[in-house]
Structure formats: structure tokens, C-alpha cells
Design a protein around this ligand. Sequence first.
Ligand SMILES: Cc1cc2nc3c(=O)[nH]c(=O)nc-3n(C[C@H](O)[C@H](O)[C@H](O)COP(=O)(O)OP(=O)(O)OC[C@H]3O[C@@H](n4cnc5c(N)ncnc54)[C@H](O)[C@@H]3O)c2cc1C
Length: 405
Amino acid sequence: MVQETTVLVVGGGVTGVGVARDLATRGVDVTLVERDGLNAGTSGRSHGVLHSGARYADTDPEGAAECIAENRVLREVAPGCVRPTGGYFVQVVGDDPDYFDQKVSACRDCGIDVEVLDGAEARDSEPALTPDAERVAVVPDGVVYPSRLVAATAADARDHGAAVHTHAPVEELLTDGDTVVGALVDGLGRVHADHVVNATGAWADDLAATVGIDLEMHPTKGAMVTVESPQLDTVINRCRPTDDGDIVVPHGRTAVLGTTSVEVEDPASFPQEDWEVERVTEECAAMVPDVADAPVECAYWGVRPLYSPESYGEDARGISRGFYLLDHAARDDVRGLTTIVGGKLTTHRLMAEATADHVTERLGVDAACRTAETLLPAQGNLDRLDALVDEFDAGGPADADVVGR
Ligand SMILES: Cc1cc2nc3c(=O)[nH]c(=O)nc-3n(C[C@H](O)[C@H](O)[C@H](O)COP(=O)(O)OP(=O)(O)OC[C@H]3O[C@@H](n4cnc5c(N)ncnc54)[C@H](O)[C@@H]3O)c2cc1C
């Protein structure tokens, strides 16, 4: 059995469906294959924060500017997938006040709206906040429901002619000389394509290795703990250099606490350790004391698809959370293949636009990106949105408390 397509996208996380949507809306014939249900990888196992960029403003201003721009876009095009809660960056007693001032000034430099409250003012609107809060920077963070975002994005791709296949793992890429010409897909057979996009996240090196390409992936695991809601309506971040347990995310009747960062050998199989759950809970309780005793619903882990061709020292936290578009013709003398790795849920649309710009140029297709202006399907109808989640088997632990309820 041989199938033909113009572009084959491998991987049905937020990046892959974003690429399929962008290409399909430019009129390109696309097939997407995902080995599990959509959203089964990292996308469904994140905190679900729609970043304002404040988290990165002092260390990665370019990434922060991307976040605030995409945060605004997603509020417009995916209102059914996001909740504009607002976010706090909290200076707790003992935290460095200079770091707080630097964060506020870096946010302003990146164009992120920020207002400073004292602890008492912040607790008036968010009573669950610790009495040890000294100052709070209020920023436009929000919550994003990855299952809905991935399903709606895939539905838009399909509405524009894309074929979306779940439970269709790629066994290997197919080559003709030094050109990738498609993939062998379990259940579909040989799928021939003019161009293949590798959007397999933390598994990008496995797919690339089937054609002899070495990718320097450094996946790191992060633990998240879902607890019964301590009556929280705002994303709460600790205002200090990134560390374990510095974020609490309101999710319906629960809150998600996160996270850790530990490099793993195999993103599909790694130890899920009690110390991570304990540390995350303990650190988050310094911001929201009620979480210390709140009943735990579950703990889950995600794996960051970090790529770093350079050495980064002892701690993989130092690796950029920016995205990388790898043109394998230029990088490895292998034509017909592009990899897109790294990034964030928040910036997936921008990553997809950059990938589609690159691929359409290779294909000689002259069509502009429209994804920043076009509403995703079913945004005004949560039942329809959650039916799409079911249809694409796109449920995940990050928003299991909200989606379908
Ligand atoms: C702990 C943690 C918390 C995070 N929190 C946030 C947050 O709050 N906000 C935010 O913006 N970002 C967050 N991120 C980052 C964000 O989740 C990721 O950057 C993003 O989801 C990556 O999406 P992806 O599509 O590239 O990868 P994935 O979602 O992993 O998708 C890759 C897909 O490829 C599939 N695949 C792999 N191999 C094959 C194959 N051979 N054939 C077919 N399919 C294959 C996998 O099954 C998977 O579904 C977080 C990440 C982590 C780890």
C-alpha cells in the first residue's frame, strides 16, 4: 500500500498539529501521523500556563517577547482553549528584592504589562496567597487547556483538507539517495511525501536517527502534582531565579503544582520519584500554604524537548526554551526533511509559522500565513470542543479536571 502526500508531518503534539494547520490553510496537501492519540506526549503533560513571558523576561528577552505576542494571539483565536486568569510573580519574605525589581523592569522592557502590589493588596484579590508575600508583580499570564488546543488545531487542519491519522507510528523515514521521500507508517504502509516535518518533540532524535542524523536532544523531566483546589483564580509564580516548585496553576476545581528539572536518558521511560512530588508541594506551599494539606488527585510527569548543540554546563535548566528549526539539507546534506524542536505550548503557532514558511519556500508555494487571524473551530461551543478531544483521543492529565466536565 503506498499513499502520496505533499508534506508528511510526524508527531501530533501541539507543534505537529500547528504545522499541519498552517500548511493546510495555505492550501498545501498535508498528512499528519501520530503514534498514539493526539496530545499524548509533552503537550498533554505540561502545566498549561499561557505564558505572558514574565518568566523569561530577565534571562531570555527574545523568548519573552514571543510569549507575550503569542499570548495575545491565542486569546483572540482560541478563546475556548484559554482562561485569562492573570498571573502573580510573588516576592516572599527572604527572597531577593533586587531580583523582583529586575523582573519588573525586564517585563516592561519586553512590552509585558506589569503592575506592582504590596502583599496585602494582592491577598485582597487572592486570599489563598501566603501572608509572607511582600510584593507581587501582576502580569497577563493565563491558563491554556492543551487537549482542547491540540484537538481544535487538528480539526482546523482537517477542515482545510489535511489527513490526520492517530495510532499511526512512523517506523522509519524512507530515502532515495540523500533525500527523504516519506516514511514507513504502521497501519498505513509507505507514505510518499515531497517533504517531511519531524515534530516528534523529545523523540526527534529517534526519528532523525533512522536516516543517520544525530540530534543533540537533552530531554529533562518535570513533575507536576494536581491537588484539590485551594480556591485559587490566578497563576502564582515565585519571583526568584527558576527553581523547583515555583508555580501554582489554577485548573477548575484543582490546582497544578510544578515542577522539577532532571535530565533523563529515555523520554519514554524514566523514574517518577517521590522526592519530586514532596519538593514541588513543599516549595509551592511557600506561596500558597493550603496546598501543603490539600488532597492529592494525581502526580504526572512531562519531558521537555530541549535541544542544545552546545555544552551547557551541569544543569540542563541553562538550555534555551526557545525553538529550533533545523534545515537538514543545510545541516546534514539530507534533503526533504525539516525538524522543529523546543519552544513552548504558548509559542507553538509561531513555531508552526516559521516551519511552514520554510517548507512552502522549498516547495515553491507562495501563500501567506493566516493562523494568527483565523479563529479555531468550536471556540464558542465547549461541548463540541470536548467532542473533538474525544474524537482525536487527545485527553491528557494537564486538563483532565476541566475537559469533558
Ligand atoms: C514539565 C513541563 C511543563 C511545561 N509547562 C508549560 C507551560 O505551562 N506552558 C507552556 O507554554 N509550555 C510548557 N511546557 C512546554 C511544552 O509543553 C512543550 O514545549 C510542547 O508541548 C512540546 O510540544 P511538541 O508537539 O513539540 O511535543 P510533544 O507534545 O511531545 O509531541 C510529539 C509527538 O510526537 C509523537 N511521536 C514521537 N515519535 C513518533 C513516531 N515515530 N511516529 C509518530 N509519532 C511520534 C509523540 O507521541 C508525541 O505525541 C512544559 C513542558 C514540561 C516538560
